[in-house]
Write a protein that binds this ligand. Structure first.
Ligand SMILES: [Fe+2]
Ligand SMILES: [Fe+2]
Length: 200
């Protein structure tokens, strides 16, 4: 993955609130549920990246970045799946993610706003995932799991910045304002949800 040299400034554009402190103990109390959900989060991240290639094939930078990102995410699916196998835990069905659905509802229908919003919603999900995977990395007892979660958290920060960089290129005049708006809306979405042993 290419280095994003202006990543700190990009990340500042998406000021996500800190997770409710009740989330981490709830997640740690049911790691099987967290991993089962996490596997599908990584799968859906790959599919979201590929869906942007389907929608915007003429945008060469986006196609290249999303192909690489989907590759990262499918590797994460493998890594989480290996972790679950090590724990003797089978994967389960995906029962949907109303967090992501609530954020997707904020995507405007018309272009070029639609592209900007899709990029920023994906950046938001990556940013929130990075925060929570990082919290798990700092708290898990098993050293191999800790190491895995720390590496995944770093990757998701990089992904957040890739989406922000594409958003900036797609809409230089409005991306910052819209990113701040979506960060505020994400805080509202989180506040209305029950806290559970899931990534979001
Ligand atoms: Fe990932
Ligand atoms: Fe990611």
């Amino acid at each position: 993955m290419d280095e994003i040299t202006d990543a700190p400034q990009l990340g500042d554009a998406l000021p996500l609130v800190a997770s409710d402190p009740r989330w981490l103990p709830i997640a740690l109390a049911d790691l099987d549920a967290v991993h089962a959900d996490h596997l599908h989060c990584e799968r859906k991240a790959a599919q979201s990246a590929l869906s942007l290639i389907r929608s915007y094939p003429e945008r060469t930078d986006l196609v290249t970045a999303m192909a690489r990102l989907a590759h990262d995410e499918t590797r994460h699916v493998v890594q989480v799946s290996q972790l679950m196998t090590r724990r003797g835990q089978p994967a389960s069905y995906d029962f949907g993610d109303d967090y992501a659905a609530a954020l997707r509802d904020l995507i405007r229908k018309q272009e070029p706003e639609r592209l900007l919003d899709r990029l920023l919603v994906f950046a938001t999900i990556e940013g929130r995932s990075a925060e929570r995977l990082g919290l798990l990395a700092g708290a898990l007892e098993d050293p191999k799991s800790r190491e895995l979660y720390a590496s995944l958290a770093t990757a998701e920060v990089r992904h957040r910045d890739i989406f922000l960089s594409l958003a900036r290129d797609a809409s230089p005049a409005t991306w910052r304002e819209r990113a701040a708006e979506l960060a505020a809306r994400e805080a509202e979405v989180l506040a209305t949800r029950a806290i559970s042993a899931r990534i979001h």
